[in-house]
Design a protein around this ligand. Structure first.
Ligand SMILES: *Cc1c(COP(=O)(O)O)cnc(C)c1O
Length: 230
């Protein structure tokens, strides 16, 4: 067994245990293996071990890896999204976790219409109200959610967050719980389904699952510590 395969099995075990602790079904949580900065040969080790859902945060890396790998892989774009990259991102990735403003949502809807695609998207929320982070502010998503829902060429599947950096994983719990509350509030007010909550990374995915995450984005715990980039 390769080290990546061992890491993957360990992370899968931790996902399952966290789901069980929360009384949730293990199938309720999708593990998105974040392959950023790693070359195809290294990422392939996880695919060989059965991983079929991968995440990247840069278009350029997707352009290198996606065409070179198994077409059955489901690719998730999880990085900041600039307008001039939307078209290419929609061409390569079936999920985008990082729609972070009404303006971007409108623009992306137009691109999707033009391309004849309907990508699955998540709305990124700046749940810690950090000046340095992108994402919808709480009041902004409350005010504009209906407008985003009306965009016919985006399939809005849920919410995503990157909580503030903390020293202990448990300190992220209130932010994850705030995401669940926000989701419940939007679902109740607008009568829509928002099944997905993308939250939790290597340092805190178990806490995120206990709180209600349906997608966890795990990179370094599977592929190893990154030596360059973010
Ligand atoms: C890099 C990255 C991750 C994974 O981070 P790890 O700490 O390596 O698990 C998750 N989400 C986003 C948005 C990222 O950029």
């Amino acid at each position: 067994m390769t080290e990546v395969a061992e890491n993957l099995a360990e992370v899968q075990g931790r996902v399952k245990a966290a789901a069980e602790r929360a009384g949730r079904d293990e199938g309720a949580v999708t593990l998105v293996a974040v392959s950023k900065t790693w070359p195809v040969a290294h990422v392939q080790l996880a695919v060989d071990a059965g991983q079929r859902v991968l995440g990247e945060n840069k278009l350029q890396e997707g352009q290198e890896k996606i065409p070179a790998m198994d077409p059955g892989i489901e690719w998730h774009y999880i990085g900041g999204l600039q307008r001039n990259k939307v078209r290419k991102v929609f061409g390569l990735f079936s999920w985008v976790h990082s729609i972070d403003s009404v303006k971007l949502a409108r623009y992306a809807d137009g691109v999707a219409a033009d391309m004849g695609v309907k990508p699955k998207v998540l709305l990124q929320v700046n749940i810690g109200a950090e000046l340095s982070k992108g994402g919808f502010e709480l009041d902004e998503i409350r005010e504009h959610f209906a407008e985003v829902l009306e965009l016919e060429h985006l399939e809005v599947r849920g919410l995503m967050c990157i909580p503030p950096a903390v020293s202990e994983p448990d300190q992220a719990r209130p932010f994850f719980q705030a995401m669940v509350s926000l989701r419940d509030e939007l679902v109740a007010k607008h009568g829509v389904g928002l099944p997905e909550l993308s939250m939790g990374m290597s340092g805190d995915f178990e806490v995120a699952i206990e709180a209600g995450a349906t997608m966890v984005r795990v990179g370094s715990s599977i592929f190893g510590a990154r030596t360059y980039g973010v």
